[in-house]
Design a protein around this ligand. Sequence first.
Ligand SMILES: NC(=O)C1=CN([C@@H]2O[C@H](COP(=O)(O)OP(=O)(O)OC[C@H]3O[C@@H](n4cnc5c(N)ncnc54)[C@H](OP(=O)(O)O)[C@@H]3O)[C@@H](O)[C@H]2O)C=CC1
Ligand SMILES: CC(C)(CO)C(=O)C(=O)O
Length: 332
Amino acid sequence: MRIGIIGAGALGGTFAVLLERAGHEIQVTARGSGLAAIRAGAIRLSGGFGDGHGHPDAAPTLSGAFDLVLVCTKAQDAEDAIAANAAVVNGSPVIVVQNGLDGVRTATRLLPDSDCFGALSIIAANYTEPGVVRVTTRAATYLGRGSGPADPASKRWAAVLSEAVPVIAVDDFIGSQWTKLVVNMLNGLPAITGLSVQEIIADRGLRRVLTASMREAVRTGMARGIRFGSLQGLSDSRLRFFSRLPLVLGQALPRSMGVRMGSVPNLGSTLQSLRRGQRTEIDFLNGAIVREADAAGAKAPVNAAIVEQVHEVEASGTSIGRDEVLRRIAVR
Ligand SMILES: NC(=O)C1=CN([C@@H]2O[C@H](COP(=O)(O)OP(=O)(O)OC[C@H]3O[C@@H](n4cnc5c(N)ncnc54)[C@H](OP(=O)(O)O)[C@@H]3O)[C@@H](O)[C@H]2O)C=CC1
Ligand SMILES: CC(C)(CO)C(=O)C(=O)O
């Protein structure tokens, strides 16, 4: 198949190398130093899916006809990135590989003739330098759309992609986006402190804040009438049970996520943006919880504080120390 990938960063680069390895013809979009690195050599992948090189065609925008297009930008860049490629992509099937709640909606609005799907990846990938990606956790990606059972087209694309990388067609994609949003509470504190996800989970005080942000996310979803989709052992009933636990017991949830992640330090995708001097996705992660809580007539103060501190780090370029974070975010 001829597959286009918009955004050859951490996940886009991973998919590009693995899909090329599975025999597909790949074109990626890239810019600046990333484009120069791919054109001069390759995308170099290491870690969880083995070491390899991909030699995709690379250009600032896609060209030609595609059997499938993956959108692999951060949520805040998706609109611009899809719009810049819409003339070529509209009409082709599109899978938006993205965290947050908005990806499929944005693609469907901008690409009215495309069949649009979403993908929620549990892979942890670190874009260490232009054209270079290290997978720190090998894991599955969940693909689907809407809120019903996985439809035949989702199953078909999951099967095609699974020849390269494990992809599971998931029921109730919208509920699963919420479950992934709860997982993505892992992103904010590394972005604030500069610590890895594993270091946050290992720290008693920061783990309490993380647990409180997750509990707030689950309670917000419940207030919005969400039934959480099942991802990686996290089910609706498990998350509802978690939402009723005191923090001291609820900490078992982030601990179990840490165990699944393994010991290779994972920065999370939000801290990676900061390290590259880029805007972060935080308004679409913890920020989405704050907006959804507001819509439910409730509050999400822990998530609001995390959003505020990530924006502070974006503006100052300096991390906030662990003790200061704990002084500013009191959790009970
Ligand atoms: N990294 C990870 O481990 C995981 C990430 N995710 C999610 O996957 C999505 C992608 O994340 P990730 O791969 O980390 O992101 P990256 O920031 O590593 O890559 C995004 C890519 O999009 C490109 N891009 C940005 N703006 C545009 C634009 N307007 N037009 C074209 N290309 C653009 C960037 O190029 P440039 O550098 O030139 O700006 C970059 O190559 C996010 O929603 C993230 O939350 C989910 C699970 C794990
Ligand atoms: C699963 C996780 C937390 C992997 O790092 C992720 O989604 C991200 O970094 O955005």
